[in-house]
Design a protein around this ligand. Structure first.
Ligand code: F6P
Length: 547
């Protein structure tokens, strides 16, 4: 259904008027005005707790944002996604990552196909294979158990499995070392191959399309390296593939019996729940992989059933939209105060920016507002000693999502208290800031002269009034991690619906791929055709001269 331009809708216009009233709001004053802001602006779901009170919003803002979400059809489009309608309009595909974590027996038929039965048939194969490798009954060609697993994939076929394996390292099998090779830069593969023994290494070639240049080149390199010390019959014990493309897998020389399939209705960046998660199941075991799916499913149920006003992904999406449009925030910083989540910001970059980094509506019209902000970040407390300076005192206002576990999975409780103290202190500092008068009082107490106080005070002043969310969980477990990923998936969906962009295609990555192919041919060929601009021609000439 064609949507009217966002700025022409009644609910957007009401928000615009409201935003003018809200322009001068100070978070300090909003907190001072209400003792119940914390209970009023927090919500629990699927083992996660979201505190969104430190945003420049009030109850009316939320009411208007909810009206907008309703007017744009967040609830009806959500239902269409869960039902398997072809909401990915440019590729004419259903979008069913939620079906990958639906319990066995959930009824869902798409084009006459029982999706749930297909999903669980593949999950059963993932269970059997991962059990065999983990228990040591799956042996390498010379009769030794597998010790190293190299996942070869890129984008969604790398970021999700890698992020989850790192996040769940506490659950990992002690014998199995995980490696992830994604970059076409041979240094990436080289670094992995120098660490592993071909007799005890399992390669997973993970690619939805099985045509992605980086993955294909890396897979060929790994195969050639392997065959230097093993006969070709040994490949079946050491190479498996995860893909939707059976023909390409056969052509590569991988036995289809070693192929774990998935489907075109799983987007690459939404695929960690599918057989693309094979490396996760191998590392942590199928039981914990199932817990990851269960956590995501619990968030799906919440997203489907909770009223929009108390719906965690909807709230996160709407507040992000408010910050982007009405506060002009060009980026969102993700700050996990949990070292094991250190790849989570990189994972969210693809999820959010590849989904909503769009500039035309589903109907092909230019969008009439700003869309996806830049997503970036790093773990706390590391970020505090790097870029938090800019977040506190720079000229841009950058909202922050703080993510933390209340309990650690280690025994150094004093360090965990310090970690949480820093997390909460940062959100308080961003909210409150420090006024010039407060700075003056401090400096006076230190006995500084009036002239010295006036010289230093502007530098030591913090504007504050900077928005943040805080997401807490009891422990970082497979279940809570699953819920956390699904929370951001659905948040991304909500924003895509509000902007009326197709969150499930990624045409923007195509142009560079095509040009790279032709430049690669020029680099490896005899001459440099004069058909680029002079800068590109010059760079090509330099690379050729260096060969
Ligand atoms: O180039 C972007 C992209 O298509 C991503 O969307 C995807 O996750 C990645 O490449 C890898 O694709 P594939 O799994 O097909 O190799």
């Amino acid at each position: 259904m064609l949507q009217p331009a966002l700025t022409s809708t009644a609910s957007y216009q009401a928000l615009e008027t409201h935003a003018i009233e809200a322009e001068d709001w100070q978070l300090r004053s909003l907190f001072a005005a209400s003792d119940t802001r914390f209970p009023d602006m927090t919500v629990d779901a699927a083992g996660l707790f979201l505190d969104y009170s430190k945003n420049r919003i009030d109850a009316r803002t939320l009411e208007l944002l909810t009206e907008l979400a309703r007017e744009r059809g967040v609830d009806t489009q959500r239902d269409a996604m869960f039902a398997g309608e072809r909401i990915n309009l440019t590729e004419q595909r259903a979008v069913l990552h939620t079906a990958l974590r639906a319990p066995r027996g959930t009824a869902l038929t798409v084009d006459g196909q029982d999706v749930n039965a297909d999903v669980h048939a593949v999950l059963d194969r993932v269970r059997i294979f991962s059990d065999a490798v983990r228990s040591g009954t799956w042996l390498g060609h010379s009769g030794k158990p597998i010790t190293d697993i190299v996942n070869i994939g890129i984008g969604g076929s790398d970021l999700g499995p890698k992020m989850v394996c790192l996040a769940l390292r506490q659950y990992a099998h002690p014998r199995l070392r995980m490696h992830f090779v994604s970059n076409v830069d041979g240094h990436d593969m080289d670094a992995a191959l120098t660490k592993v023994n071909p007799e005890t290494t399992l390669f997973i070639v993970a690619s939805k399309t099985f045509t992605t240049t980086e993955t294909m080149m890396n897979a060929q390199t790994a195969r050639a390296w392997f065959l230097q010390s093993a006969p070709s019959e040994a490949l079946a014990k050491h190479f498996v593939a995860v893909s939707t493309n059976t023909e390409a897998i056969k052509a590569f020389g991988i036995d289809p019996a070693n192929m774990f399939p998935f489907w075109d209705w799983v987007g690459g960046r939404y695929s960690v729940w599918s057989a693309i998660g094979l490396s996760v199941a191998l590392s942590v075991g199928f039981g914990y992989f199932s817990d990851l799916l269960a956590g995501a499913h619990a968030m799906d149920v919440h997203f489907k059933e909770a009223p929009l006003e108390k719906n965690m992904p909807v709230l996160l999406g709407m507040i992000g939209f408010w910050n982007r449009h009405f506060l002009g925030c060009a980026s969102l910083s993700i700050a996990p105060y949990h070292q094991d989540l250190n790849r989570f910001p990189a994972y969210l970059q693809q999820l959010d920016m590849e989904s909503n980094g769009k500039r035309v509506t589903k109907g092909g019209q230019p969008v009439d507002t700003l869309t996806c902000p830049v997503i970036w970040g790093d773990c706390g407390t590391n970020g505090q000693h790097a870029y938090f300076q800019l977040l506190h005192q720079g000229t841009d206002v950058t909202p922050i999502d703080f993510i933390a576990a209340l309990r650690p999975a280690h025994e150094y409780t004093n360090q965990h208290a310090a970690l949480l103290a820093n997390c909460f202190a940062q959100s308080e500092a961003f909210m409150r800031g420090k006024t010039i008068d407060e700075v003056r009082v401090d400096l006076q107490a230190q006995g500084l002269s009036l002239a010295e106080i006036e010289r230093l005070a502007p530098h030591k002043t913090f504007p504050g009034n900077r928005p943040s969310n805080t997401i807490l969980m009891e422990y970082l477990t497979p279940y809570t991690l699953g819920a956390l990923i699904a929370l951001y998936e659905h948040k991304t969906f909500v924003q895509g619906v509000i902007w009326d962009v197709n969150s499930f295609d990624q045409w923007g990555v195509e142009l560079g791929k095509v040009l790279a192919k032709s430049i690669e041919a020029e680099l490896t060929g005899a001459s440099v055709p004069e058909r680029h601009d002079c800068s590109t021609n010059g760079l090509i000439a330099m690379a050729k001269a260096a060969v």
